[in-house]
Design a protein around this ligand. Structure first.
Ligand SMILES: Nc1ncnc2c1ncn2[C@@H]1O[C@H](COP(=O)(O)OP(=O)(O)OP(=O)(O)O)[C@@H](O)[C@H]1O
Ligand SMILES: [Mg+2]
Length: 246
């Protein structure tokens, strides 16, 4: 298995503020890494750094073997931001088309990819509606479809399941597992324990520090608890008491 994402001794923040400290992370191709942590923990800051939108204050980030930031790699990354960045005066189909063209996909394959991506998020019947007439959840789903449209080597999804009902959430997870099985890598952030349980690897972050890392099963075993939620709570208490589990 080759390495898709490597983060080494990362310190990151904004101006003089430090948000993330001592972050080390390795994600192999074909893996789904779930980044879980409370609001303000630094999840978006970390994924933005991996995307190359923020330059590390200290340490290194490489994606597909290239140091980030790296413009050339953007075509290989499908990104769903936490805040939807859509053209509301265009239809959903026009949005998908625009982002597909930006990613360098030619017209004929793009048409197929748009049908595929819209199907995954149940937007096929709404493709020709204007985005300004979309609900919040529909916009989230369209953002996810845009991330999927180019069949990228790496998918980075910042809170992809917010505003998505349980049935569709399952359908999306099925597809994420299928995509990972084809050797693509997926990094997603979430607050939701169900998502954490579906991930191959977890990184729990709290107050800007990684407090626990591993597979869900291994973490449950190491922490002598029953659920990933309990791992998170116990690791959080350990962090407050400055205890580490190793
Ligand atoms: N552009 C910015 N300028 C200054 N501070 C920022 C900026 N973006 C985020 N922060 C701060 O960095 C910290 C981490 O924010 P971040 O958005 O990474 O958290 P998060 O884990 O993604 O939270 P949420 O679950 O609410 O999305 C917060 O204290 C936030 O106020
Ligand atoms: Mg965030």
């Amino acid at each position: 298995m080759s390495i898709t994402i490597q983060v080494s001794d990362l310190q990151q923040g904004y101006g003089r503020t430090i948000v993330l400290k001592d972050i080390n992370l390795t994600v192999h191709n074909g893996e789904i890494l779930g980044l879980i942590g409370p609001s303000g923990a630094g999840k978006t800051t970390l994924v933005s750094t991996i995307m190359g939108m923020l330059r590390p204050q200290k340490g290194n980030v490489t994606v597909l073997g290239q140091p980030m930031p790296n413009r050339q790699l953007l075509g290989k990354i499908g990104y769903m931001a936490q805040t939807d960045a859509l053209y509301s005066a265009l239809t959903a189909r026009e949005n998908l088309n625009f982002f597909g063209v930006m990613q360098g996909i030619r017209a004929k394959p793009l048409k197929k990819r748009i049908s595929y991506a819209a199907g995954i998020v149940n937007l096929t019947a709404d493709l020709d509606k204007f985005v300004k007439d979309y609900s919040g959840g529909m916009k989230r789903r369209l953002s996810l479809a845009i991330a999927l449209v180019s069949n990228p080597e790496l998918l980075i999804l910042d809170e992809p399941t917010v505003g998505i009902d349980p049935e569709l959430r399952q359908q999306i997870w099925q597809e994420l597992h299928r995509i990972a099985q084809t050797g693509k890598t997926i990094l997603l952030t979430t607050h939701v324990m169900e998502d954490a349980e579906q991930s191959d690897q977890l990184m729990m972050i709290r107050k800007g520090a990684a407090i626990a890392q591993g597979t869900p099963a291994q973490l449950i075993k190491d922490y002598h608890v029953k659920t990933v939620e309990d791992v998170f709570l116990k690791a959080g208490r350990n962090q407050d008491a400055h205890i580490t589990n190793d």
